[in-house]
Design a protein. Structure first.
Length: 570
């Protein structure tokens, strides 16, 4: 059987010298003692108190390129260990940890024992991938995992439907591997499945896996707000993080540096893409999983929550042959979804639509999507410059971050292309001042910009616990209504369907500023934010606040929610 675990060897002395742990003269002295006594160099280093046993194990792993891990409780699958007889595990001082496809991860304290790996590979009929652990930890794991009749699954985790979630391997094979088949019965894997599955079913956008001094907490962001999902046992934190790293094909031994990856799973019969991000903290790694569930995303521009008049005007602008349209708002306000919905509406076989994104969140048919890779110099501006040579009709720029990207986007719109882009500003007039602050010439903005669309997401009152009440005078004043009138408004009391929040689901508020002749002339004067807001007030533009108040009166959301979402420093 092919072995792929034999890495390029480094000399222990060279590793220690490069780390500043030992001088070249000390290495020479240890090698002299080794020649005289025939002892292993590692044993000599321990005897001379240059290294501890644990440090030697770590160095041996680095020498051979084999990862070093702490064999924590829950990281070993108690049923996979049975592929190797107990007497062999004790004899070789190894223990199988888990299986992924045809690869068996094997914990060992001796990375040089190639014959052991060959023997285990023959017994199990699997390819062996060793990881280095302490001998004491391996012997303790053997005592625990080979106990007769032990299953090792908590009652809660035993109730999980293992077939409800599957890992999708998206390399060349594009095969689906059932989690239950490759790691059936493991407490950590069942717990990880439960966390991911519950968050997906509850419609969460993010999962936060956090370790504090005395607690392990899992939170989910639902409708823009974080709720606590569960608080598992503290010792499960590190093993859950390791399991997620395995699913994302990341290095489980690296805990000091941030890592990013992707996980593809089948959940309840649909494919869900998950972005993995880890960050080392003072008590352990924090992991955030961004859930990209295409089946839950609304890409129909008619269903996003546009006011009827604003929607009609926005659609009219999208059908123009060229120009620049900016979608503005803070992070998490739904800008990318609006752009996806716009290009989905415009998508036909007769048009060449190109997107530049960081990252690509959802894959769309018949649309050429491009991923920004800053590490290799593939920036927004570089892709955009080359995109203009690809005969595009419509270009979507994920975000305008600098003057170069802004100027190339504007030049593209002036040369016969429709360019859609996002910008991080609070309201629609601020998009113009942001471009001016970047150093873009006013005449370029005036001649290219068609419109600026600012947006927010507000939570919808939960239909299960929706109740009505008479609005107090203070609320009526905010709505611009006579305080002596009796007006019925709505709110949610809170129930199990909405995490006792009173809200379930979200809708959008959209403030559209189209660039007319008067605004074009004003832009040429390099106006301030106050001057722009004064102009749009004279035009009677309906602001985010006005549109939010309209939703309050219709019973869609509450006054408090609109105030929270639309607060802008004037």
């Amino acid at each position: 059987m092919k072995r792929n675990f034999v890495p390029k060897r480094k000399r222990i002395g060279d590793i220690l010298v490069s780390q500043g742990r030992i001088s070249p003269e000390q290495v020479t002295e240890c090698l002299r003692i080794q020649k005289e006594t025939s002892k292993r160099l590692g044993q000599i280093l321990i005897e001379k108190e240059i290294l501890t046993k644990e440090e030697l194990t770590h160095i041996l792993g680095e020498q051979l390129g084999i990862p070093h891990i702490w064999l924590r409780k829950g990281l070993v699958d108690p049923r996979i260990v049975l592929v190797l007889p107990k007497e062999k595990a004790i004899l070789f001082q190894v223990i199988p940890m888990f299986r992924v496809n045809n690869f068996l991860t094997l914990a060992t304290a001796d990375p040089h024992a190639i014959f052991v790996f060959d023997e285990v590979s023959k017994i199990c009929n699997l390819e062996v991938q060793p990881v280095i652990c302490r001998t004491d930890d391996i012997l303790e794991a053997i005592r625990e995992c080979y106990q007769e009749g032990e299953v090792g699954i908590d009652e809660v985790m035993a109730s999980i439907d293992d077939t409800a979630i599957e890992v999708v391997h998206t390399a060349a094979e594009k095969e689906v591997e059932e989690i239950a088949q490759m790691s059936e019965g493991s407490p950590v894997i069942n717990l990880t499945n439960m966390i991911v599955l519950k968050a997906i079913r509850d419609g969460a956008s993010d999962i936060h896996i956090e370790r504090e001094a005395k607690t392990f907490r899992v939170r989910a962001r639902i409708d823009g707000v974080l709720y606590e999902l569960m608080s598992p046992k503290l010792e499960m934190h590190a093993t859950v993080v390791s399991r997620l790293k395995i699913m994302a094909n990341l290095d489980i031994a690296e805990r000091r540096m941030p890592q990013d990856g992707r996980i593809h799973v089948h959940a309840d019969g649909r494919v869900v893409d998950i972005r993995f991000s880890s960050m080392p903290g003072i008590h352990g790694e924090k992991v955030v999983l961004r859930i990209l569930d295409k089946s839950k995303v609304v890409l129909d521009i008619n269903k996003l929550g546009f006011d009827h008049e604003v929607l009609h005007q926005f659609k009219s602008l999208l059908t123009k042959p060229y120009g620049l349209i900016l979608v503005c708002g803070p992070t998490g306000s739904g800008k990318t979804t609006t752009l996806y919905s716009a290009i989905t509406m415009l998508n036909t076989m007769e048009k060449n639509i190109v997107t530049i994104e960081d990252p690509v969140e959802y894959e769309l048919e018949v649309i050429n999507q491009n991923q920004v890779r800053d590490r290799i110099g593939l920036t927004f501006s570089k892709i955009l410059r080359h995109t203009l040579r690809q005969d595009p009709d419509i270009i979507m720029v994920g975000e305008i971050r600098d003057r170069e990207t802004a100027e190339i986007a504007i030049q593209g719109s002036l040369t016969g292309h429709m360019v859609l882009a996002t910008l991080h500003t609070n309201d629609s007039p601020s998009a113009i001042t942001r471009l001016l602050e970047m150093g873009v010439e006013p005449y370029l903005i005036s001649s290219s910009l068609l419109a600026s669309l600012a947006q927010r997401l507000v939570r919808i009152i939960c239909p299960e616990c929706k109740t009505q009440y008479y609005a107090p005078k203070g609320v009526l004043k905010q709505l611009g209504i006579d305080g002596n009138k009796k007006v019925r408004l709505f709110k949610g009391k809170g129930c199990s369907a909405c995490y006792d929040s009173g809200f379930k689901g979200r809708t959008g508020l959209y403030e559209l500023l189209d660039v007319d002749e008067g605004l074009q002339s004003l832009i040429l004067t390099h106006p301030t934010s106050q001057a722009l807001r004064g102009y749009i007030r004279k035009r009677g533009l309906r602001t985010l606040k006005d549109l939010g108040n309209k939703r309050v009166l219709k019973g869609v959301t509450t006054m408090e929610e609109v105030t929270r979402a639309t607060f802008v420093e004037m």
